[in-house]
Design a protein around this ligand. Sequence first.
Ligand SMILES: [Fe+2]
Ligand SMILES: [Fe+2]
Length: 237
Amino acid sequence: MDTVVDEVTTGIYRLSTYIAEADFSFNQYLIDAEQPLLFHCGMRGLFPLVSAAVTRVMPLERLRWFSFGHWEADESGAMNEWLTVAPQAQVAVGAIGCMLSVNDVAIRPPQPLDDGAVLDLGGKRVRYVATPHVPHCWDAGVIFEENTQTLFCGDLGTQVGKSPARSTADLIGPAMAAEDRFGATALTPRTASTIRQLANLGPQLLALMHGPAYHGDCQHALLQLADCYAERLRHLQ
Ligand SMILES: [Fe+2]
Ligand SMILES: [Fe+2]
């Protein structure tokens, strides 16, 4: 098992670990800036591999921010391991996530982000977008890097298998196949509309947590994804 590192757009690195037994990959994204930010802490079990991968880009102690889309082991598991190796760093996540979990569990107080809040990293600007229950968890949110127009969409668009670092291949078929297998998305009347709001950001790159960094027509792909979930909800009602 190895963690591969690829620069997927200027100053943004995808750290990807493929686990063959599960036929599933786990990505973190490292945003290089004056104040570097790592999106997704990854599971504690992968911390040795992932932290070694970060050192191929920068020393661990340069890391200033850790963020993740919601409270789950692959998103937040190694949070305190990261805070330990990067003594200047802080967790920056949505205010709901801070209230529910991070305030209590993190070894240092987090920086809560309200919907629309911007973190100026110096050379990169990250906007927090709250997406409660999309794709799942009350504390769910995504981040959007404004200079590169990269949407870090966490579990949205999740696919199984090993994927290239960058891709324009169809996202929707593999995402719906994974949805059929895992049923991971909380289907509610707000699922589709929340995804459509993300499409309105006009992203140029969709940085999937379990899949590639997609650089096709991102807005169209998100609208298609929203339509698929709207259709699925209709069938349940
Ligand atoms: Fe998740
Ligand atoms: Fe995930």
